[in-house]
Design a protein around this ligand. Structure first.
Ligand code: ZN
Length: 147
């Protein structure tokens, strides 16, 4: 029961999605957020001392799973985009859909290769969807909550 309460408290504070900078404190070296309740804990901890949930990252905390602040910010910019809007844009205006998910390089490539005249209208929406999914997946892997 205690775990449930902790999780719901966490869910209540989900307003951070709109203003990540305020709610997301910076983790110092050796610190990490609990995958479950978001408590700041030791990175090497196998369990969260607050809610008791296991911390998958403890398995190999030396891998490159952790993100730099800047990289995390970039991923969040993409992960919070709407997949529906991205795919609709990808269908009707491929270059703009890439800009939507901050992939300026792809946008330019798309313009220069005239990709949208070929199979762009099929491929681009899927690509956009993948870009957003991958950003979310990457954040999850790094232990960033909410994705
Ligand atoms: Zn926890």
């Amino acid at each position: 029961m205690k775990n449930d309460r902790d999780r719901s408290t966490r869910a209540d504070s989900s307003g951070w999605a709109e203003k990540p900078d305020e709610q997301r404190a910076i983790t110092g070296p050796g610190e990490a957020y609990c995958m479950s309740c978001g408590e700041l804990i030791e990175e090497a901890a196998a369990m969260c001392p607050r809610c008791g949930s296991e911390q998958p990252r403890a398995v190999d905390s030396r891998s490159d799973r952790s993100l730099t602040e800047r990289r995390q910010y970039e991923l969040e910019q993409v992960a919070t985009k709407s997949r529906i809007i991205g795919m609709v844009l990808g269908f009707f205006a491929p270059p703009i859909s890439y800009v939507y998910v901050n992939k300026w390089g792809w946008a330019l490539l798309n313009v220069f290769t005239l990709n949208y005249l070929l199979l762009g209208f099929v491929i681009v929406p899927l690509h956009i969807s993948n870009i957003i999914s991958n950003a979310k997946e990457r954040l999850r892997t790094a232990g960033v909550g909410g994705y």
